[in-house]
Design a protein around this ligand. Sequence first.
Ligand SMILES: [Zn+2]
Length: 74
Amino acid sequence: MKCPLCRGTGTQTLHGAAISMEEFIGPDWDDDMRDGYTSGLYDHACDHCGGSGETTSEGWDWYQVELQERAMGA
Ligand SMILES: [Zn+2]
C-alpha cells in the first residue's frame, strides 16, 4: 500500500505536513526559508517508509494514536 504519511511520495516537508499560509507568511519565516521550502530544500525521506513511498499496513497503531492525541489538542 502507499505510505499514508507521505502519500506515496517518499518525502516529508519540514513540518511533516503542509504548512498553512499564515505560517508561511508569518514572522517565523524569512525569505530564504520560504525559497527553500518552495524549492523542496526541507523535504527529507519519510520517517515511516524511509523514502520508498510504500509501506505495509502494519505498524500504524502509533500513528492513529498520534492523530487522536493531536485532535484532542495534546
Ligand atoms: Zn512515507
